[in-house]
Design a protein around this ligand. Sequence first.
Ligand SMILES: Nc1ncnc2c1ncn2[C@@H]1O[C@H](COP(=O)(O)OP(=O)(O)OP(=O)(O)O)[C@@H](O)[C@H]1O
Ligand SMILES: [Mg+2]
Length: 577
Amino acid sequence: MLTALVLRYLRPYRRPVAVVVALQSITTLAALYLPTLNAAIIDDGVTVGNTAVIVRLGAVMLAISGLAVACSVGAVFFGSRAAMGFGRDLRAAVFDRVTEFSLAETTRLGPATLLTRTTNDVGQIQALAQMTFTTLVTAPIMCVGGIAMAIHQDAGLAWILLVSVPVLAFSNGAVVIRLLPVFRRMQTLIDGINRVLREQLAGIRVIRAFGRESFEQDRFGTANAELRDTATAAGARQALLLPIATLTINISSVALIWFGGKRIDAGAMAVGSLVAFLSYFLLILMAVLMTTMFLTALPRAAACAERVTEVLDTVPAVSEPPDPRVPAGPVTGVLECTDVGFGYPGAEEPVLAGVSFTALPGTTTAIVGGTGSGKSTLVALLSRLYDADAGGVRLDGIDVRDWPTDGLWAALGVVPQRGYLFSGTVADNLRYGRPDATEEQMWAALRIACAEEFVAADPDRLAMPVAQGGANFSGGQRQRLAIARAVIRRPAVYLFDDAFSALDVRTDAAVRARLREAAADATVVIVAQRISTVVEADQIVVLADGRVVGLGRHEQLLDDCPAYRSLADSQDPAVAR
Ligand SMILES: Nc1ncnc2c1ncn2[C@@H]1O[C@H](COP(=O)(O)OP(=O)(O)OP(=O)(O)O)[C@@H](O)[C@H]1O
Ligand SMILES: [Mg+2]
């Protein structure tokens, strides 16, 4: 999984990676050649007292070292560039996929883990990719080359290599295998910390108001302690690696000098050869050590790659149709619901069942019903945030699942129940609705939404700053800006999900009156709790427990729909009578 991911996203960086491989190979080969030169200086120069040889070979050594340094600087430079580019591309790919997700996927995975996966997890994989450039080139060349050169110096000591290299490799392998599950758990726990933190930051007012600081501190503390314990467990295992390596290296070095000294005594080996052998031996073990470091980063990156791949491989439930259909002319806005049934994933009871109605252009359809009766769910189905399980929704006679998603969403102006404003300015938020909106269009939309006054009163006017989520506005102001954002699109279909709930009765009526004028030809669907909001609607759909229990105009429903009458009664007995 990790390999597939790395290969795929590293492909655009073939060239810098090739340069890194070349430079790294030169550096390694130079490192391999130096001990042989050193041996020659000792045996042919120092031992026999030949200064000319010492100076000549010394100069060569210096030149080769210089080359190695230059190459290794270049390798780091290109390696970093490639790795950073790789990280950026992978992050972008995850982000692009997440933006395609429908509500179903975002709810299933949750924002906390999606955040960690896009940042921390990608970072781990990126770090590993960078390590790969150096380790995967250097380690094999160093190991094989080192063994060959060492045997070339003196075959009689090679058996020490045969013992120490496998000992080091196997002990490291045993540790690394045990690390993988710990790292997998660690990434999940980082998700957990993020989740608690996000929730606490978002709910800070509630936490204060209910005096729950210490409870929340405990909750965070628990998540934090769990992460600490797991990280400590991982660290404890990782910490074994270096002592094992050092111990093996030191014991074998002692053995080497012991047995090498004996061979020199016996006249079977030159002093320079032993020095060179020892250098090669250290190079070989260094290669094994490098591989070990790489292997410790590997399990964590592998766990991250699994998580990132899961995101990349998730097919959004709401997706572009294979052969989209578009209406011949401009969208007129005939919205038909036929026998719509829907249940949330994992829930036993369906939320909607057998919902049918038709909303026509130039008319207003109101949807009323008690809280939890499925109104917002119905709006989500109409705007294809979810797909219906049974029946279907058609716009202009074409099933919404056959519409090109861009075309469908361009035809809709949605004001969700919890209108979200983005940080920036009022104008930026209006451009969400229509990217090329002129100032006149913006003011016109604000006027319809009764938001003109408070925006005009601000010294910055359209450049009035908006904090993240619209936190610097009152609930009603936020709703009116969200209405203006939908109105500025001049869509064929307006969907208002309880979009007037935070407005006082007079503003509510004013917005609706202006809307009726501005959207005279459009299809308007209004979800509302207040009866006064819906009395003038051309048809009212009464929902109870996800079923349509009444359909008609206000007076008619008062007569023949008990559910509607009791709703009206509870709010304004005068209207009901
Ligand atoms: N994302 C979700 N996952 C699971 N169940 C959900 C989800 N959203 C809503 N529900 C359930 O679906 C039912 C209908 O919810 P919905 O939001 O459509 O109600 P509503 O009529 O809009 O209520 P309100 O008037 O309070 O806004 C509720 O019982 C709720 O528990
Ligand atoms: Mg709702």
